[in-house]
Design a binder for this molecule. Structure first.
Ligand SMILES: Cc1cc2nc3c(=O)[nH]c(=O)nc-3n(C[C@H](O)[C@H](O)[C@H](O)COP(=O)(O)O)c2cc1C
Length: 322
């Protein structure tokens, strides 16, 4: 059966699939444009990118597609409000925010008529986001890549949040890598759509280095580990030599803080530098964030092909039985 559309505020995605935002230029307009063209929501990672560059990227995406373009901004960023305001000024369709919780963002969204989508990992924050005016809510579970807000797996966490969110779309995120799982989340768990990130790292259009993508392709289950992030949260990443050094107790701190990017930082290492290193090809010294199921993926594909397979497989089993 045909998958339903995903309506967030005034925006309609033909395919109920949000490409998860990935910071430090992992998801730029290069990825968000083809995703939006395929009918999903293309998300530019807005954290760790200078504001003018981000605005230029949003404008590039908006000029290139009539599809839906979002920006993901982490609340943990010191420049959170400037990035939000700058993204709105650049004409982004919606703002997706996680890694902490802002109450004020909903007032800004209302004032500027921009839907705010909250990423949460608990029923309490889901309820609060709905009450404060979120246009949609993403339930991000333990299998997700990047910073983690919970250790509860998606199929345990989602039902608790499904019970409390009744008025806005509820999206499932974390570890979804194919259309069968997408249909399962929608049919069996009542999700209105899914948010997927790792699968899109292994796309032709994702702007990370080939070495970053190869690290995904080579990863075995046991190579995917949890790591302490200077943000003060746990993150999920592939065990690179940099992580091994940390585990062995080596000092990996930056000699001096160059970016002053976080509201609170442990300064154990520079997350900006380490993510940028892997994105640009120095995987040895870098941090390679990934979802728990990244090891199951074996191919780099064009975004169009990823969508084709997701929709084909999801629609072959989707029954809308709720
Ligand atoms: C490389 C990478 C970077 C990410 N960066 C961000 C980010 O900046 N902000 C955010 O809210 N989530 C971030 N995430 C989480 C994703 O947007 C997404 O919700 C999650 O990874 C979904 O799980 P999946 O990767 O298994 O599909 C990141 C994930 C990855 C893999």
């Amino acid at each position: 059966m045909k998958l339903p559309e995903l309506k967030i505020g005034p925006f309609i995605a033909r395919i109920p699939l949000i490409q998860g935002g990935m910071s430090i230029r992992v998801s730029t307009s290069a990825l968000a444009i083809p995703v939006a063209e395929c009918g999903g929501i293309g998300t530019i990672g807005g954290s760790g990118v200078p504001l003018l560059e981000l605005q230029e990227d949003i404008r590039r995406a908006k000029a290139a597609t009539d599809g839906v373009i979002a920006v993901n901004i982490m609340y943990a960023m010191k420049e959170f409000y400037d990035l939000v305001m700058g993204s709105i000024e650049a004409g982004v369709d919606m703002i997706i925010t996680g890694a902490g919780f802002s109450r004020d963002i909903f007032k800004i969204g209302k004032k500027h008529n921009v839907p705010i989508v909250s990423i949460v990992s608990s029923a309490a924050f889901a309820r609060l986001a709905e009450k404060l005016g979120a246009a949609a809510i993403v339930v991000e579970a333990a299998e997700a890549g990047g910073h983690l807000g919970t250790d509860v797996p998606l199929r345990e966490l989602f039902p608790d949040i499904r019970k409390v969110v009744t008025t806005v779309p509820l999206i499932a995120a974390g570890g979804v890598i194919n259309g069968f799982e997408m249909a399962e989340m929608m049919d069996k768990y009542g999700a209105d759509g899914v948010q997927i990130a790792s699968r899109f790292v292994l796309s032709d259009e994702c702007s990370v280095s080939q070495a970053f993508k190869e690290t995904y392709l080579k990863a075995q289950k046991e190579d995917i580990v949890e790591v302490q992030s200077p943000v003060g949260m746990t993150g999920r990443a592939i065990k690179t030599p940099f992580i091994k050094k940390m585990e062995q107790g080596e000092d990996v701190a930056a000699p001096k803080c160059k970016f002053k990017c976080l509201k609170k930082c442990s300064y154990k290492y520079c997350i900006n530098d380490r993510l940028m290193a892997s994105c640009t090809g120095d995987v040895e010294n870098g941090l390679v964030f990934c979802g728990a199921n990244a090891y199951k993926m074996t191919e780099i594909l064009p975004v169009k092909e990823i969508f084709k397979r997701f929709v084909r497989d999801a629609e072959s089993v989707y029954k809308e039985n709720r």
